[in-house]
Ligand binder design. Structure first.
Ligand code: 13P
Length: 249
């Protein structure tokens, strides 16, 4: 059985005081050990996560990383630096990076390789836009996004990936995929993984993201191939984030 995993993506929100209140609220309310959880904070606050979460069962990670290991890349953050601050996870290829920072599938694949090389767990985000879904291109789009990464990593590293299916039209819109719509895509993704290594594919966690809230989390995560959630807005309130973790457990 795959363990459930719930990750909060804070996006570009928070400050020292608000983060502290949120993290202590999550830590104080976390009773269940039935699911794993983590937060992905803006890079300047990773040290704060490390200081405040060390010794808890809450993991932390970053929202992006450089494809390069170091050097003259002004403004970028290397995988090794994330490791230095205790990160376990790093999001790669979030749709906001793909859309606003023009990250191609090839760059996302290089970032995934960089994360793996540093010992991080990459959370590879993939998903189609509304236009692509309505044109019947969902399978082709997510297949290309995943395929670029599968072509770049070693087969032996497949088991170290976490995937997050995030339909772009469901992110921050309050419009969630139905459990069946999400399950259909998750199943496709797992089949694609199985084409590389069936044993590893059966163990890879595939999270759903896009307006997951306390009131829809349980039904989504009850689907056979939905192994947790990548949560945006609802991860900024301790009570909501805790309720989703409980729904996963
Ligand atoms: P929302 O939960 O706010 O829709 O965001 C989802 C997301 O993009 C998480 O990475």
């Amino acid at each position: 059985m795959r363990r459930k995993l719930v990750i909060g993506n804070w996006k570009m929100n928070g400050n020292r005081a608000a983060n502290s209140a949120l993290l202590s609220g999550i830590a104080a309310g976390l009773t269940s050990t039935g699911a794993d959880c983590a937060v992905c904070a803006p890079a300047p606050y990773l040290a704060q996560c490390q200081a405040e979460l060390a010794g808890t069962s809450i993991g932390w990670g970053a929202q992006d990383l450089s494809a390069h290991a170091g050097g003259a890349y002004t403004g970028e953050v290397a995988a090794g630096m994330l490791v230095d601050f205790g990160c376990r996870y790093v999001l790669v290829g979030h749709s906001e990076r793909r859309a606003y920072h023009h990250e191609s599938s090839a760059l996302v694949a290089q970032k995934t390789v960089a994360a793996l090389a540093a010992g991080l767990t990459p959370v590879l985000c993939i998903g189609e836009t509304l236009e692509e879904r309505e044109a019947g291109r969902t399978a082709a789009v997510v297949g290309e996004q995943l395929g670029a990464v599968l072509a770049a990593i070693a087969v032996a590293d497949l088991a170290r990936l976490v995937l997050a299916y995030e339909p772009v039209w469901a992110i921050g819109t309050g419009r969630t995929a139905t459990p069946q719509m999400a399950q259909d895509v998750h199943q496709l993704l797992r089949a694609q993984l199985a084409g590389v290594d069936p044993v590893a594919a059966a163990g890879v966690q595939i999270l759903y993201g896009g307006s997951m809230k306390p009131d829809n989390a349980k039904e989504l995560m009850a689907q056979a191939d939905i192994d947790g959630g990548l949560i945006g807005g609802a991860a900024l309130k301790a009570a909501d984030f805790l309720a989703i973790i409980s729904a996963a457990a």
